[in-house]
Design a protein. Sequence first.
Length: 249
Amino acid sequence: MKRTIAVPSPLPPPTQCNGIHVGIIMDGNGRWANARGMIRTAGHRAGVRTARAIVESATRAGVGTMTLYAFSADNWSRPTPEVGALMRLLRRSLLIESKRCIENGVRLTIVGRRDRLPSSLVSAIQEAEAATAHGRNLHLRVAIDYSARESIMRAAALAGPEPLDREAFARLLAQVNHDPFPIRDVDLLIRSGGEQRLSDFLLWECAYAELHFTRCMWPEFTEKEFLAALSEFEVRERRFGGVPAQAAS
Ligand code: FPP
């Protein structure tokens, strides 16, 4: 597959990550900012810079799909000024980053509810999705006002009484998540910030995800650590409920 990013990575990319789906819970922005005497919003701004670097690294490494958790359905309970600042930051980031996505062949789509978002953010989402629709190097999904449980419930409501297989259910999930096609299960889930939980993120898609938790706060998460997580993923034995390959033969 042709990659169009001009700047080569200074680090050797892992070799077997082609096409995988990486989910990231970008946690720790607020604590990172507070520890430096800054307001939480400054941490979110720094978090956007980290997200940009990691998306570019993922594209170079051949990752096929990346889903970033930017704003959960439960994040509405945060103080109003922080929610407002996040909405403005997301809008501005989508407008700026979609240009970079076009240059790098990245398709950007947004997962989650749209009916509670400011209309200016919804317009930015629509513009970014339309402008990047031809990207083939990486499918970047940004989860905004997202709840995995809500997605699953809405897909189930669409299903009606007929029995479904997993593939058919995945198609319904794609429909409620505004995905252009059914999404591959998450192969590797990374969470920064020291907590070890899923926080209502991609619960269906993470059924067999390999988990990588790091104490590093998201603004400090580096390409080096990302590539190390990919390399560690490559050597994990994934059995999907089966037996080790050696035992099977
Ligand atoms: C969690 O840290 C982070 C968020 C709720 C927001 C993350 C959003 C971004 C980094 C913007 C990404 C935007 C694009 C377009 C990719 P926290 O506030 O929960 O930190 P804490 O746990 O230290 O309080």
